[in-house]
Design a protein around this ligand. Structure first.
Ligand code: SAM
Length: 207
């Protein structure tokens, strides 16, 4: 199937079924990031229907993606889409809760786009799978403008979720091991990279 057509079809399907996929601005940024940084292998947490995985794999013929999804229906839809895009030899889909998934593989990019309340757990669990100069990209940092805004009118569940996301953002800001830059793109994107110097100091060679 023509990939442009498939991508538009996936956007329509996600819209109709209320499945959250990356915003257009976010996906263009992510694809450009993969291209500019010559990313070769990606671990994605949260495949949904395979939209971002397919977009990243389309950047170049040598990009490999492993992507984890815990929802069976979305997983089945993603399998179908990846097959239609002829990318099943480069995208590995895993049906699992990411917190139960273990691998020793190292990745140039770890893309976190799953349950926002678990971002800190995903980051801590998978940072060992990052190549020394690799990146961890996290989507939905703004959470539709709810982070660091008045939470009094939110439901208890939403307040808790936003609170956990804010804890995660604070964790990134205070982190001695990783340096993070925040981008006001799509729903807010954070890009973290390991500091290579000692004592959490930046290594000038890494700039
Ligand atoms: N990255 C996708 C894209 O842009 O095409 C969108 C992913 S959607 C925002 C988040 C997905 O993460 C949902 O489909 C949800 O089922 C999945 N998810 C949430 N928590 C998860 C977990 N702990 N393990 C695996 N998948 C998870």
């Amino acid at each position: 199937m023509d990939t442009e057509y498939l991508i538009r079809k996936m956007e329509k399907y996600a819209d109709e079924k209320g499945i959250p996929i990356m915003e257009k601005e976010g996906i263009s940024f992510l694809s450009e990031f993969v291209k500019l940084n010559k990313i070769k292998n990606v671990l994605e947490i949260g495949s949904a229907i395979g939209y971002s995985a397919i977009n990243m794999a389309l950047v170049s013929d040598d990009v490999m993606v492993t992507t984890i999804e815990r929802d069976k229906d979305r997983y089945i839809e993603a399998v179908k889409n990846i097959k239609n895009a002829n990318l099943d030899h480069r995208i590995t889909l895993v049906l699992a809760d990411a917190l139960d998934f273990n691998t020793n593989e190292k990745f140039d990019l770890i893309f976190i786009d799953a349950a926002k309340s678990q971002y800190l757990k995903f980051f801590n669990k998978f940072s060992k799978n990052l190549n020394p100069k690799g990146y961890i990209v996290t989507d939905n940092i703004k959470f539709h403008g709810l982070t660091f805004y008045d939470k009094t009118k939110l439901s208890r569940n939403l307040r808790q979720m936003v609170g956990k996301l804010e804890n995660f953002i604070n964790f990134l800001c205070d982190n001695k091991e990783f340096k993070t830059r925040f981008f006001n793109i799509g729903d807010g994107i954070a890009i973290s990279r390991r500091r290579l110097g000692n004592n959490g100091q930046d290594n000038p060679k890494n700039k």
